[in-house]
Design a protein around this ligand. Structure first.
Ligand code: KIV
Ligand code: ZN
Length: 511
């Protein structure tokens, strides 16, 4: 069976989509998940796009050992030089340069003639090759390009030293049969096509990204570019979990292997959703909460008789462990530790103690603690920034008055370095009032809200509210998380955490 290359672009194309910006710590955490899941290549960012991106590509290149690390670059010397600077310390660096080849992009965006695009493809690929043996060239908007022009472009890229040529469906326009035919055509017509790996990079505007990528593979592509949870520009990119599981589930049709450890899929998906402050749509293939839920009587009956009646893959294959153990206030540290391990969390002693303390607090408010509750506790602990927590403001108490006939009022008491601060503010609703009161104490620099999101961790009235607040200031994002059965408390904690991070960054800049 052929082995396919899985190129993950969650940290580049995924991060490019609105509401998905991540800070360095979050990107490193995702890179670690990707390495554990054994993707072949991590596209860590677009080094020239900002100093923050450069820093994160470089740090990921220095951190990751078991995957190649790539940076995107436009087909220009400065972009390529910067990309190389960022990835050169990687165990296996890759430069990924791109240039658009469709008539509409060449005429209106690049303002270049096809001849200039052809020359630039050759010259810039050769320039990248001077630094790095592993060079990928992408013909942006390939699926709306003239096929014979693409033959010339791919030929030029290969002659200049590209080891991978990527055929992106940049605007999610192609169809499976067209994608298969295009890859087959290019592989037949390009003279030295066997000297490079053909790659597909599909967007999901018409909901066909997974089908188009797999069709490209049937046409001879041997690299799939994808993202965790299908994050990405507009409707997203091909979802990694979908292509991998399609190949595992239908090996007769897709006789290809990947290096991916599928038991890491659920955990990685959860981490990515947690970091961007979103949750999977319930019916999302592979990773949605309902992907393995059987509600109707007929289905339940069938699954009880034999799982294969309605299940084409098992939750265990994705690292989802269903269990009947109910944890509650009589459960000890060992039981909690074991359950967390089964859920894929190998925590340090300190993390475990802190999770156990939170677990015990929660037991006072809630009778049965579910796996989802435990996961939420662990995710919060892992993501906590101890330095900022220790030196920043902490919530003492809050008091809120709200009704549907008065203006909401919130009094907040915060503590920092042993000193107590109190203020009261009005607002357009309780959240606004609470955040105004915090602002009046902390006085953070000007910022905007990228995300304010409440998600219920499990079902039932006593569910934990998991709140994410993401602030943007000076082009950087600051995320705070709060977890409580009281959504106001969770919101206030999330906001204080985000504001503490913002203040710590401001103070660092002023030093
Ligand atoms: O969608 C696209 O064309 C891209 C390229 C930069 C590979 O993301
Ligand atoms: Zn893309």
């Amino acid at each position: 069976m052929d082995q396919l290359v899985i190129f993950d672009t969650t940290l580049r194309d995924g991060e490019q989509s609105p509401g998905c910006s991540m800070n360095l710590k979050e990107k490193i955490e995702i890179a670690r998940c990707l390495e554990r899941m054994k993707v072949d290549i991590i596209e860590a960012g677009f080094a020239i796009s900002s100093p923050g991106d450069f820093e994160s590509v470089k740090t990921i290149a220095e951190t990751v050992k078991d995957c190649s690390v790539a940076s995107l670059a436009r087909a220009s010397k400065l972009d390529i030089d910067t990309a190389w600077d960022a990835v050169k310390s990687a165990a296996a660096p890759r430069i990924h340069l791109f240039l658009a080849t469709s008539p509409v992009h060449m005429q209106y965006k690049l303002k270049m003639t096809p001849e200039q695009v052809l020359e630039t493809t050759f010259a810039m690929t050769a320039h990248a090759k001077k630094y790095c043996s592993d060079v990928e060239f992408s013909a942006e908007d390939a699926t709306r390009s003239d096929w014979d022009f693409l033959v010339k472009i791919v030929d030029a890229a290969i002659r200049a030293g590209a080891t991978t040529v990527n055929i992106p469906d940049t605007v999610g326009y192609t169809t499976p049969s067209e994608m298969r035919d295009l890859i087959t055509y290019l592989r037949e017509k390009v003279p030295d096509s066997d000297k490079a790996v053909f790659s597909v990079h599909c967007h999901n505007d018409l909901g066909m990204a997974t089908a188009n990528s797999l069709a490209g593979v049937l046409g001879g592509a041997r690299q799939i570019e994808c993202t965790v949870n299908g994050l990405g520009e507009r409707a997203g990119n091909t979802a990694l979990e979908e292509v991998v599981m399609a190949m595992r589930t239908r090996p007769g049709i897709y006789p290809y292997t990947t290096r991916i450890d599928a038991t890491q899929i659920a955990r990685t998906s959860r981490t990515v959703y947690n970091i961007i402050g979103q949750t999977a749509p319930l019916n999302k293939p592979i990773v949605g909460r309902n992907a393995f839920a059987h509600e109707s009587g007929i289905h339940q009956h069938g699954v009880l008789a034999n799982k294969e009646t309605y299940e084409i893959m098992t939750p265990e294959a994705l690292g989802i462990h269903t269990n009947n153990i109910v944890l509650g206030k009589h459960s000890g540290k060992h039981a909690v530790e074991e359950r967390l391990k089964a859920l894929g969390y190998n925590l340090t002693r300190e993390e475990l103690l802190s999770c156990f303390a939170e677990f015990k607090d929660l037991c006072d408010k809630k009778k049965n603690i579910t796996d989802a509750d435990l996961e939420a506790i662990a995710e919060h602990r892992i993501r906590a920034d101890e330095d900022v927590e220790e030196t920043g403001y902490r919530l003492n108490w809050f008091s809120l008055h709200t009704s549907n006939f008065t203006t909401a009022t919130c009094t907040v008491s915060l503590e920092k370095d042993g000193e107590k601060f109190e203020d009261v503010r009005l607002g357009d609703g309780p959240i606004d009032a609470a955040f105004n009161a915090i602002d009046s104490i902390v006085k953070p620099v000007e910022h905007t809200f990228d995300i304010y999101n409440i998600h219920s961790v499990s079902q039932g009235k006593d569910t934990l509210g998991d709140v994410t607040v993401k602030l943007i200031a000076d082009g950087r994002s600051y995320t705070g998380k709060g977890l409580s059965t009281d959504v106001m408390e969770a919101s206030i904690i999330a906001y204080i955490t985000a504001v503490n991070k913002l203040c710590a960054a401001t103070a660092k800049k002023e030093e």
